[in-house]
Design a protein around this ligand. Structure first.
Ligand SMILES: N[C@@H](CCC(=O)N[C@@H](CS)C(=O)NCC(=O)O)C(=O)O
Length: 205
């Protein structure tokens, strides 16, 4: 069975899929998407994913898009990273997609990868405020428990943590968030864990 993940290293959304595949022991191969040169908006890529987004998993011919859907496929296929309550995993995954990755992703893009003359300080400040509010939710939850959705690592943790492993500035500093910091350490100490740039080819660097 051939599993190909369309991805690039700078994409935290792709990382959430890649790390789930990796930690669940799925045999998979990365396929670099030259995102910053517009490949995700090309007709060829849109034929694969009309949403024009990375990640995409080609699971032996079955095309899956959206990191949360790819993670669901990983959990269903392997039985791993699923915890014991699928509703809790889904709940935190949706929270991540809207409030954590949904803010951290564009904010990090604006602050690091968009040409400086196209950056907008007001938009960045808005997204930073929304991200901070979401991080406060995570910090409070993780002050009372080790994992978000179960008593072990699940795809909910992988979703919410995905962007927080990147070093490029996006207003998040681990030292400011002790419970999140300890949780990120727990995740990174999981056997098989890899940093995004060790899992997927990056466009820069
Ligand atoms: N909710 C989606 C978000 C995917 C996403 O926004 N991916 C970015 C790369 S990190 C992208 O391809 N963006 C293209 C665009 O917004 O036009 C997921 O979790 O997979």
């Amino acid at each position: 069975m051939a599993n190909t993940l369309y991805c690039f290293g700078e994409s935290g959304n792709a990382y959430k899929a890649a790390l789930a595949l990796e930690l669940a022991g799925v045999d998979w191969t990365p396929r670099f998407v030259d995102f910053f040169k517009g490949e995700a908006r090309s007709p060829e890529f849109r034929a694969v994913n009309p949403m024009g987004e990375v990640p995409v998993l080609d699971a032996d011919g079955r095309i899956l898009t959206q990191s949360g859907v790819i993670q669901k496929w990983v959990m269903d296929t392997t039985g791993k990273l699923a915890g014991d309550d699928p509703y809790e995993v889904l709940r935190w995954t949706i929270f991540d997609n809207q409030k954590v990755s949904g803010m951290a992703g564009p904010l990090r893009f604006m602050m690091n990868f968009l040409p400086e003359d196209k950056r907008n300080a007001d938009v960045n400040a808005f997204m930073a405020g929304r991200l901070k509010a979401a991080l406060q939710v995570l910090e409070a939850e993780l002050s009372t428990r080790d994992w978000l959705a179960s008593d072990s690592l699940t795809c909910a943790d992988i979703s919410c943590a995905g962007y927080l492993f990147y070093d490029e500035p996006f207003t998040f500093t681990r030292a400011d968030w002790p419970a999140i910091d300890a949780w990120l350490t727990r995740i990174s100490e999981t056997p098989g864990w890899k940093h995004p740039y060790d899992l997927m080819q990056r466009a820069f660097g």
